[in-house]
Design a binder for this molecule. Sequence first.
Ligand SMILES: [Cu+2]
Length: 124
Amino acid sequence: MKASTAILGLAFALASVAQAASSTMPATTPPTIVIDKFAFTPGEITVVAGTTVVWLNHDQTPHAIAARDHSFASKAMDTDDRFEHRFATAGDFSYVCSLHPFMTGIVHVRPTSPSAAQRPRHLK
Ligand SMILES: [Cu+2]
């Protein structure tokens, strides 16, 4: 009984450590969109201007990123290939896989500071 309680306590402690580690990850790793089973995960992300976003192909099939507005595009990515794009300006950038156009995703890019946001003036 005592041993199982100890194991339970250890598992809880490890889970807490894992949670703490994952919560600090966004600061050290770029936002990453994983391509898996013919889908972008997450399919929708929000970043601030100047952020480099990474796509990582975990499928056994080649995929290629293509912005609908042609502002960026990757070559065909083989398994475990990655593609990076730095979003310098704010906006909504939807993209598809040019090899499988039914695969879609969107990157929302926000201005770097609230003062740079295009706010209607009546909202002070
Ligand atoms: Cu594809």
